[in-house]
Design a protein around this ligand. Structure first.
Ligand SMILES: Cc1cc2nc3c(=O)[nH]c(=O)nc-3n(C[C@H](O)[C@H](O)[C@H](O)COP(=O)(O)OP(=O)(O)OC[C@H]3O[C@@H](n4cnc5c(N)ncnc54)[C@H](O)[C@@H]3O)c2cc1C
Length: 459
């Protein structure tokens, strides 16, 4: 066992992280905080660009970002999520529950634009590890093990002054390259692309007066058609406008040509057909709001009009609802996976970015506590994989959002009193079970970070 990360083998091991998204950047910062010195992040995109829409960070992830000294910077561009409300598609309120501080956590839940989170992380990597630690425009194209157990990465330089191919032989490789991970593909050849469940997701950001969106996170509909809307910033300007995140899901209509590039859906989460593999997990497919607006006419919940939110959007992005099959192994010798590369799951329960952050911290902690990096990576996997597998499976069953489906099944046309349809204890039990799956119940989270690495005293 070692708590002296920088003295492994008398030097700090060289750790390469493939992917500069939320998981990769947080891994770099966590390793640095744990005392590792030679860390390189290789990111395929030519630059860290402000892409994506909103996401929610749960208190267990905010706790870890706080431990990394990033809470103030993060909060400057985020909004605490204080309440979550589930609605029947007829407009009836199914339940409302406090979130974050109001739910008894010591840390808030945060609604934040993915771009803000990524910029805060990338800025901290450059400031703490040096600008050279984050290399953009370089794609990992393959990985193979060397006889001494180290990984050899094949790289392709796609922009900047240097173009062409190269290779790297670090001591440790962390695959943080998202749902279409090249590192995962090298470890699990033949797995293929992420399976599509036949649903389409549309996401976007709107700017509108704060009073038009309320101050809560809204989830409405059922398992066939859903809307999620929430503000993710404080009101600004004379119009007191806020940034509003929205995400919609419903089955593709193949006879209208919807999702024709993705293959045909089964709704089961199982892999099927081949479709256009390149499009699965693509976040850059822009479509006009008019493509799907008609499906949401009349969707209004306590004064929040979903069509009004959509009409105020700058742009909209469409992508297939994909996840990954749980793996029986993330770690192969000195190579492992974090974030979506390890356990991409359906966007339910605010766990995508949240669990990527927790992986990063757990990985750095485990590596710092073991002299042998392979043992450190194996310890990280045993600490994280069972719970992430359970979450991937829970999200295929709608996770905590199963309550909107239960209400729809039992009262398809609405209800007068929700408790005739869904007793309060049943509602509370769904939320409790889901929190226990990911160990993010208040009692566990409030015990503080289990991932702090005490650094050796200097002098
Ligand atoms: C462009 C984009 C926009 C997104 N927008 C949203 C959103 O609006 N809302 C939401 O909830 N989630 C969004 N997500 C997903 C969300 O960020 C993840 O589910 C979650 O944060 C886990 O993060 P991750 O770092 O594991 O994966 P990702 O965030 O997907 O990051 C993976 C990173 O690896 C890079 N990469 C991929 N392949 C390679 C390779 N071969 N070599 C080197 N680098 C590679 C990618 O460019 C990316 O920067 C988005 C992801 C991306 C990539």
């Amino acid at each position: 066992m070692s708590l002296h990360a920088s003295s492994l083998y008398g030097r700090s091991p060289h750790i390469v992280i493939a992917g500069g998204g939320i998981a990769g950047l947080t891994t770099a910062l966590s390793l640095h905080a744990a005392g590792f010195e030679r860390i390189t992040v290789v990111e395929a995109a030519a630059a860290i660009r402000p892409v994506g829409a909103g996401l929610n960070l749960m208190p267990n992830a905010v706790r870890e970002l706080d431990a990394l000294g990033l809470l103030d910077a993060l909060e400057a561009g985020a909004l605490p999520t204080r309440e979550l409300r589930y609605y029947h598609r007829s407009g009836g309120l199914i339940s409302r529950e406090p979130r974050g501080l109001g739910a008894g956590y010591r840390w808030p839940q945060l609604s934040v634009h993915r771009a803000h989170l990524q910029q805060v992380l990338a800025g901290a990597v450059r400031a703490r590890l040096g600008a050279a630690a984050l290399v953009t425009g370089v794609r990992v194209t393959g990985v193979e093990p060397l006889p001494d157990g180290r990984p050899r990465l094949r790289l392709e330089h796609r922009s900047g002054a240097v173009r062409g191919r190269a290779s790297l032989e670090p001591d440790v490789l962390v695959g943080a390259d998202g749902i279409r991970s090249a590192v995962r593909a090298a470890l699990h050849p033949g797995e293929g692309g992420p399976p599509w469940n036949g649903m389409l997701v549309w996401r976007g950001v709107s700017r509108m007066p704060a009073r038009a969106v309320g101050s809560f996170m809204l989830i409405a509909g059922d398992d066939r058609q859903k809307a999620v809307v929430y503000p993710m910033g404080r009101p600004t300007g004379p119009g007191r406008e806020v940034l509003v995140n929205w995400a919609l899901a419903r089955p593709a209509e193949p006879d209208r040509g919807e999702g024709s590039g993705f293959g045909s859906g089964s709704g089961s989460g199982a892999a099927f057909g081949c479709g256009d593999e390149r499009l699965r997990g693509d976040w850059d497919r822009s479509v006009p709001v008019e493509t799907f607006l008609r499906h949401y006419e009349g969707w209004e919940f306590d004064g929040v009009s979903v069509p009004d939110v959509l009409r105020a959007a700058d742009s909209a992005h469409e992508y297939p609802m994909v996840d990954r099959e749980p793996l029986d192994r993330w770690t192969h010798g000195r190579t492992t996976l974090v974030g979506d590369a390890a356990h991409a799951m359906y966007p339910t329960g605010s766990n995508g970015a949240t669990q990527a952050v927790v992986d990063a911290r757990a990985l750095a902690h485990a590596l710092a506590r073991h002299d042998d990096p392979a043992e450190g990576l194996a310890a990280y996997e045993s600490a994280r994989r069972p719970a992430m597998t359970a979450l991937q499976r829970a999200n295929r069953r709608l996770g905590p959002e199963v309550v909107i489906n239960l209400a729809h099944e039992r009262a398809p046309h609405g209800f007068t009193d929700i408790h005739d349809v869904l007793p309060a204890e049943e509602l509370a039990a769904v939320a409790r079970r889901y929190a226990a799956t990911g160990a993010f119940d208040p009692d566990t989270v409030n015990q503080g970070s289990p991932y702090e690495v005490p650094l050796p005293a200097i002098g």
